[in-house]
Ligand binder design. Structure first.
Ligand code: ZN
Length: 340
């Protein structure tokens, strides 16, 4: 009861990439970089285990950014000529690659990290991939001419990699769809269908992470415009409850999400965000247990997983480490309080 897991990313060590950045430059190249990525992954497997987490991830140490890490292995994309595009409904501008031809995978994307992860922990493993709608919102289209068509083309490639990750021994493949909260109507209309296409036929569990973004200033400013109640999940959760997806990850602590919206997830496991990634203040175990307690009013105990609100990539390492410990200690306290 109350398994603990991270949403996905963890800070990269300074010897791997520039610290404190969401799109950091690598500190090495070639074989040295490939080895450094695996060394950092191993470091975080140990840190997550020592903190006491139940589900272990790769911390996304091998990708510069959670979307473009996948795209680098996709043919049909021109990375040499990036263009500036307003992404997440123009919340911020980014230099994005362009889709210029039919999309195909050049080969495996994450085999090295996934196999390393599986080889070095006996605990449950989770691996993250970007979701189709979020990818579509992070590239410029010069070929398909239609967001839905392009999303299903990406979903097909994601499905290939996800099946391979399951074959590598990964227990949970999670798709990250922050774009769902930006376009909740489109998410309910076709986003969840594209997600199911990416997740179809997997031998492992499937999950989706839907958040309000990393704790960067553009997102903090955006959140201020969303009003006293953030009800985007209300549009999306019924479609997810009716879908084949097994687990849904959402923001909870310090958010304006009405907790009762969690009750809309009638059939899925619910990964409740009990760690704030937009604050450097480390939660106490009591705070974490209190947040779990509030969620229990809307989520049955056997379906509740304690998680972070979002990835921790831009955070300082010591703070991220302390937050991992708070997560595990808080879940342990909640188990005591609620009689596990
Ligand atoms: Zn997130």
């Amino acid at each position: 009861m109350f398994d603990t897991a991270i949403a996905g990313s963890l800070p990269k060590p300074g010897w791997l990439a520039e610290p404190g950045k969401l799109w950091p430059a690598w500190q090495a190249s070639g074989d040295a970089l490939a080895q450094a990525k695996l060394d950092a992954t191993l470091l975080w497997i140990k840190q997550q285990e020592d903190a006491g987490l139940d589900v272990i991830g790769d911390g996304e140490q091998a990708r510069q950014h959670f979307v473009h890490g996948f795209l680098e292995q996709v043919a049909g994309i021109d990375f040499a000529h990036k263009v500036e595009m307003g992404i997440r409904n123009n919340r911020y501008k980014a230099m994005v690659p362009q889709v210029v031809g039919p999309l195909t995978l050049k080969g495996r994307v994450h085999a090295a990290e996934a196999r390393l992860l599986r080889a070095h922990t006996r605990r449950k493993t989770k691996f993250t991939l970007p979701g189709p709608m979020t990818i579509v919102d992070t590239v410029a289209d010069r070929f398909y001419g239609n967001r839905v068509t392009m999303a299903f083309a990406f979903a097909e490639l994601l499905n290939q990699e996800a099946r391979a990750l399951a074959d590598d021994g990964i227990d949970i493949v999670q798709f990250d769809e922050p774009a769902f909260n930006v376009y909740p109507d489109e998410a309910a209309d076709w986003g969840v269908r594209a997600l199911e296409h990416a997740a179809q036929g997997l031998r492992c569990k499937t999950a989706v992470h839907i958040c309000y973004g990393y704790g960067i200033s553009a997102n903090i400013e955006w959140k201020k415009t969303l009003g006293p109640q953030w009800r985007q999940y209300e549009r999306i959760f019924p479609a997810l409850a009716a879908s084949s997806i097994d687990q849904v990850s959402l923001e909870c602590i310090h958010s304006q999400v009405p907790p009762e919206l969690m009750a809309l997830l009638t059939d899925t496991d619910v990964m409740v965000g009990v760690i704030d990634v937009a604050s450097e203040v480390v939660e106490t175990p009591e705070e974490v247990a209190d947040t779990i307690g509030r969620a229990l009013q809307h989520v049955p105990r056997h379906r509740l997983i304690a998680c972070t609100n979002c990835g921790m990539a831009p955070m300082a390492r010591p703070i991220a480490e302390a937050k991992l410990q708070a997560l595990a200690l808080g879940a342990a306290l909640a188990r005591q309080r609620h009689g596990a």
